[in-house]
Design a protein around this ligand. Structure first.
Ligand SMILES: [Zn+2]
Length: 637
C-alpha cells in the first residue's frame, strides 16, 4: 500500500517483447462459422482465433459440454450461461480435429502430413502459420516446419488465400494424423475416434502429497509431438498461444459448491516442505506468464510477474522453461493466488464467497428505473494533465480514455434520463470526441474541482478526482438520490507487458481492503467540511458486491457486443485487487470513494497489437461506450 495513489497498471512500458507470432491488427475480424451438430458451431475469427460456440438448450448443457471439452468436468463452469464459447485449447482432441476439418474443408491429411489450403486473408485478418502450427502440432513455433506444396519455405509476409501449406507428418499431434485403417486416403473427413491419448482429460485431482522436491520428470504424454523430430526449443518462453482464452472459466470456484478438489477444477491443492501450494497442469501451448500468473494471481507488473514465474519454476522443479511438455505440473505458492483461486478453507476465499453470495442476493434488488431515470453516473477519464498514463508511439492513454468518457457522456445525455458528471475537462477539446485514428496529445486537462486543478501532480489529481466523486455523492444524497442509484466509472488503458494478453479487466474494490475514506488536504471547495467516513465490514462487502454485479453486466455487454469486445484473455476479467511487491492494493479512486457502484475499467492492453489498433479506432471506441451504456441499462433494469 506504499504507493496507493497510483494506478500502477498504467505505467509506461516501452519494451516490446519479441513475439513469436505476428498478430495482425484487426478492427472487425471476419468470421467463418460452421455448424458441427445441433447447438454446436465451430468459429474461426480473423483467421487466427478458433473456438466452438454452444447455444445450450436448457438442461442438456452438461452432456453436450462434457462431450466437447478436454476436461469433461469443465461443463460446471458454464452451467449458468445460455451461450458458451470453448477456446480451441480446451476442446478434446476429437473435437479439435472436427472443428479444423469443418472450418478448413479443403484440408486433407496423409502419411506425408497435413495439407492446408489458406482460406482467410484480407486487411482485417489473415491466417497465421503460428496459429496453424499450434492447432496441428501443439506448438506455434513449429510454424517453421511448414513448407509450400512445391517444397519451398513460406514466403515472407502474410499468408494469401489459396496458398497450400504442408505440415510434415512427424510434427502432427497424434489426433491430427491420418486415421488408422483409412490407408492413404487423403480426406480428413474419415470419422475420428475418441482419442485415447487425451492427455488433457487426465483428472487434475491426483495431487502428489509427497515431500519430494525432485525434478519429478513430467508425465509422458502422447500429446507431445514426435520427439525424434524435435526442432530446437522456441526462442521465448514456451509456445505462447495465439488464441486468447476469452472464455476461461470465471474462477476456480466456478460455483461455490465444493469444486475445490473435484476434477472439474483447474487447480488442486497440496503440501510440500515449503508449505501449501496449488497445482495446475499446463496445457499444450500454455506459458507460465499468461496461463498461470496472469490467470491465477493479481500480479500485473512485468518485473513482478517474471519473479513469480521464477518462484513457480523453482517450486515445481522446472529447469528449462522452454521445455515444458503439456501436462507439466506447476506448483503455485498459495500466498500468490487471487482470493477466488484459494482453497475453500482459506479465509480470503471464504470472504470472496461471502461477497459473491451477497452479490447474488442483491441481484434484482437494484432499484429499477426506466431509461436510467434518477441514476447519477460519475465518469472518470483515468489520466490527464502532466500524467499521460501509459503510451505506445503516439497513442496516449489519457487521450484515448478522455475520448471514451466523452462518448459515454454523450450517449447517456442524449439517449437516457441519467444525470452525468465528469471528473475532468480538457479545456481545448471540451466534451467533443475525436473522430479520427490520430490524437493530438495535449496536457490542458484539469480536475473539475473548485477552483479547477490543472494536473500538475498525478497523485493529487487522483485524490481530487475521488474527492469530487464524494462531493457529488453527498450533494446528490442531500437532493434525494438514493446511494444505490449512483455509479462511478473510471476508464483506463492497461499495460500488461506481454503481447499475448488482451482484453478488458474490470476492477472492483476488495471489501477486505476498504477502511477509512481519505480526503486530501487543500483549499478546494470539495474538501471543506468533509465528514469522516469509514467502511464497516458489512458496508465494504455490500459495496464490493454491488460493484461486482455492475462489473458482470459490463463483461456481459462487452461480450454480447457485435462483434464481441474482448475481455481479459487469461482468467477472470473481474478483479478486486492488484498485487505488487508490497502486497495487495485497491486503486485510490475505488478505495477512497463513497459511491457504492464503482468500477475501474481497463479497456484493453496497449502491449497487444490488436488491442492497440482497436484503441485508436473511433468506431471501436464508440462501440465500447455503447456497451458501457448497455451495461448500465441492464444493471438498473
Ligand atoms: Zn490508467
Amino acid at each position: 500500500m506504499s504507493s496507493p495513489f497510483a494506478v500502477t497498471t498504467c505505467r509506461l512500458w516501452f519494451c516490446v517483447l519479441c513475439a513469436v507470432c505476428a498478430v495482425r491488427a484487426a478492427a472487425d475480424p471476419p468470421e467463418t462459422r460452421v455448424e458441427l451438430e445441433p447447438y454446436v458451431t465451430a468459429v474461426l475469427q480473423g483467421g487466427v482465433k478458433l473456438y466452438v460456440e454452444c447455444a445450450l438448450p436448457s438442461g442438456d448443457g452438461r452432456e453436450i459440454l462434457g462431450r466437447l471439452m478436454a476436461n469433461s468436468g469443465d461443463w460446471r463452469f458454464f452451467l449458468d450461461r445460455s451461450m458458451v464459447r470453448i477456446p480451441y485449447s480446451r476442446l478434446n482432441p476429437a473435437t479439435q480435429r472436427r472443428a479444423l476439418q469443418a472450418l478448413f474443408s479443403q484440408d486433407s491429411v496423409d502419411v506425408r502430413g497435413w495439407r492446408h489450403v489458406v482460406t482467410v486473408d484480407g486487411p482485417d485478418g489473415a491466417e497465421s502459420p503460428f496459429a496453424l502450427a499450434e492447432w496441428l502440432t501443439g506448438r506455434g513455433t513449429h510454424a517453421s516446419q511448414f513448407r509450400l506444396e512445391n517444397g519451398s519455405g513460406l514466403p515472407e509476409g502474410p499468408l494469401r488465400k489459396g496458398m497450400v501449406l504442408i505440415m510434415p507428418y512427424a510434427f502432427l499431434l497424434p489426433h491430427m494424423r491420418p486415421v488408422a485403417g483409412s490407408g492413404d486416403s487423403p480426406q480428413v473427413s474419415a470419422p475420428v475416434p475418441q482419442a485415447s491419448h487425451d492427455v488433457a482429460s487426465v483428472p487434475l485431482n491426483d495431487v502428489k502429497q509427497n515431500e519430494s522436491e525432485s525434478e519429478g520428470s513430467p508425465p509422458a504424454t502422447a500429446d507431445k509431438p514426435n520427439s525424434s523430430a524435435e526442432p530446437p526449443p522456441p526462442p521465448v518462453e514456451e509456445a505462447v498461444s495465439t488464441e486468447p482464452d476469452t472464455t476461461a472459466p470465471q474462477s476456480a470456484g466456478g460455483e461455490s459448491s465444493g469444486l475445490s478438489s473435484s476434477s472439474g477444477n483447474l487447480l488442486t491443492y497440496g503440501q510440500d516442505k515449503k508449505g501449501r501450494y496449488a497445482e495446475y497442469r499446463l496445457q499444450s501451448g500454455e506459458s507460465l506468464y499468461t496461463a498461470v500468473v496472469i490467470r491465477f494471481t493479481d500480479i500485473r507488473e512485468h518485473k513482478e510477474i517474471l519473479k513469480a514465474c521464477d518462484e513457480i519454476m523453482r517450486r515445481s522443479g522446472i529447469r528449462d522453461i522452454n521445455r515444458m511438455p503439456a501436462g507439466q505440473r506447476v506448483r503455485i505458492p498459495l500466498d500468490m493466488l487471487s482470493a477466488e483461486y484459494l482453497p475453500e478453507d482459506a479465509p480470503q476465499r471464504q470472504e470472496f464467497e461471502e461477497v459473491r453470495q451477497k452479490a447474488r442476493a442483491l441481484r434484482g434488488k437494484t432499484p429499477r428505473t426506466r431509461n436510467l431515470k434518477g441514476v447519477v453516473v460519475v465518469i472518470d477519464p483515468g489520466h490527464g494533465g502532466v500524467d499521460p498514463g501509459t503510451k505506445w508511439g503516439d497513442l496516449y492513454e489519457d487521450e484515448v480514455v478522455y475520448d471514451m468518457a466523452c462518448r459515454l457522456k454523450e450517449i447517456l445525455e442524449t439517449r437516457s434520463a441519467a444525470k452525468t458528471y465528469m471528473t475532468m475537462l480538457d479545456e481545448s477539446q471540451q466534451y467533443v470526441p475525436v473522430s479520427s485514428r490520430k490524437f493530438s496529445h495535449d496536457s490542458d486537462e484539469y480536475v473539475l474541482v473548485t477552483p479547477k486543478y490543472h494536473n500538475t501532480d498525478k497523485d493529487k489529481s487522483v485524490q481530487l478526482r475521488s474527492a469530487r466523486a464524494n462531493y457529488i455523492y453527498r450533494q446528490e444524497l442531500k437532493a434525494g438520490t438514493p446511494a444505490e442509484k449512483m455509479v462511478f466509472v473510471s476508464i483506463h488503458v492497461d499495460s500488461i507487458q506481454n503481447p499475448q494478453v488482451r482484453g478488458t479487466t474490470v476492477y472492483v474494490p476488495a471489501a477486505r481492503l476498504l477502511g477509512a475514506v481519505r480526503t486530501p488536504s487543500g483549499s478546494f471547495k470539495e474538501l471543506k467540511d468533509v465528514p469522516a467516513a469509514h467502511f464497516s465490514r458489512d458496508q465494504a462487502q455490500t459495496h464490493e458486491a454491488m460493484s461486482r454485479n455492475l462489473a458482470e453486466q459490463i463483461v456481459l455487454a462487452l461480450r454480447k457486443s457485435a462483434p464481441p469486445i474482448a475481455t481479459l484473455s487469461h482468467g477472470d476479467p473481474v478483479r478486486n485487487t492488484i498485487r505488487n511487491e508490497k502486497g495487495n492494493f485497491v486503486p485510490w479512486v475505488l478505495k477512497h470513494n463513497l459511491i457504492p457502484n464503482r468500477v475501474l475499467v481497463e479497456t484493453a492492453n496497449i502491449q497487444n497489437a490488436v488491442d492497440r489498433s482497436l484503441l485508436s479506432d473511433p468506431v471501436w471506441r464508440q462501440r465500447y461506450a455503447e456497451a458501457l451504456y448497455t451495461a448500465l441499462c441492464r444493471y438498473f433494469e
